[in-house]
Design a protein around this ligand. Structure first.
Ligand code: NAD
Length: 321
């Protein structure tokens, strides 16, 4: 049987086609465990070889380390620039948040230098719930539009955890101004609340990226870092689900990734990867999904274990506009 290529999906009205699995490069900032430069470069190479064309980072990840490592990985590919799509972010830094026009403009130039690129495809305001949403609408996005006109970025995005930040901003900017939204931890087996927002986002014509299908480590055998913001109840339910899968000879991460990939309104599912092995496992999960569909039986069993905590999330950001 022929092995299907990793699917490419259109991103809203951008004209871009993103691989269904996107490469989340936050682990290159050694946020989960130390990652060497050679491991990072080899992971990017393997991801690209297997059909991943979309790579996401931020100056916040590992205090700029992730951008530098990703830059090295992309350069080492030695392929024309238009063969891969890069997104990075602005407004969130190790030192704190700053969504001012001046800071985000400088930020882009610093990111380009670290990434060794002339432009980025998608430039996103990072975790806007920590800033003033009115500043995002009236100051930050207009500054990003200038960068777009100057050809330094191709598309504008916004990211964050609470879902109402997206409607707040999209209802207040001229149509077509925000090209992309990046939501995280809201389209996984334990929390799929992004689904309710999809019809609205589609009417706005924005591209939809869903990040963290493994709920930032909750849906892995290894489990999340100690500082993961989930409640103890949510953490232990996810660990029970992971243990159940393992006992049954199944893998919770594969199940979780396949769950997220199954909704084709989501253009790309961004999963954080720190090794060639994880890249290969995750692309294999997508291939298996395309060939055989989801493992409905195990999914139903895991959903039953997670039912008491379904759609439970955690607070993020400051509550003001
Ligand atoms: P994730 O849910 O993708 O989980 C990543 C963790 O799972 C890492 O520890 C990784 O090593 C591990 N993992 C990956 N593949 C695995 C496999 N096959 N088996 C076992 N473990 C595996 O969470 P994430 O990395 O935080 O999110 C993905 C990406 O999305 C980030 O790297 C980042 O690019 C983006 N993101 C953006 C925002 C934002 O803009 N606010 C928030 C979260 C994530």
């Amino acid at each position: 049987m022929a092995v299907p290529n990793l699917e490419l999906r259109p991103l809203g009205n951008t004209g871009l086609k993103l691989s269904s699995i996107g490469f989340g490069a936050s682990p290159f900032g050694s946020v989960y465990r130390p990652v060497s430069e050679s491991e990072a470069v080899a992971s990017v190479r393997e991801g690209f070889r297997l059909g991943i064309n979309f790579f996401d980072t931020s100056p916040y990840y590992g205090a700029t380390l992730s951008e530098k490592m990703l830059g090295k990985g992309l350069k080492a590919l030695g392929v024309p620039r238009n063969e891969y799509i890069v997104s990075t972010k602005c407004g969130r830094y190790r030192e704190g948040f700053d969504f001012s026009a001046e800071r985000v403009t400088t930020s882009l130039h610093e990111s380009l230098e670290r990434l060794q690129l002339d432009y980025v495809d998608i430039f996103q305001c990072h975790d806007i719930e920590f800033g003033s949403l009115d500043q995002i609408v009236n100051e930050t996005i207009p500054a990003l539009r200038k960068l777009k006109e100057a050809g330094k970025i191709r598309f504008i995005g916004i990211t964050g955890l609470p879902l109402d930040i997206f409607t707040y901003v999209l209802d207040r900017v001229p149509p077509g101004t925000v090209d992309v939204i990046l939501s995280y931890c809201h389209y996984s087996i334990n929390d799929s609340t992004l689904e309710d927002l999809l019809p609205y986002l589609k009417t706005k014509g924005v591209g939809i990226i869903s990040a963290a299908p493994l709920a930032m480590g909750l849906l892995t055998e290894l489990g999340p870092l100690e500082r993961h913001p989930a409640s103890p109840e949510l953490k232990s339910a996810c660990q029970a689900a992971a243990a159940y899968c393992k006992e049954k000879g199944k893998n919770i991460s594969k199940l979780a990734l396949q769950f997220s990939l199954s909704n084709k309104d989501i253009s790309s599912v961004l999963v954080g990867m720190n090794s060639v092995k994880q890249v290969e496992e995750n692309v294999a999960a997508a291939t298996e999904l395309a060939l055989f569909g989801q493992d409905w039986e195990t999914l139903a069993e895991v959903e039953a274990i997670l039912k008491p905590v379904k759609n439970q999330t955690w607070p993020s950001g400051i509550r003001r506009c």
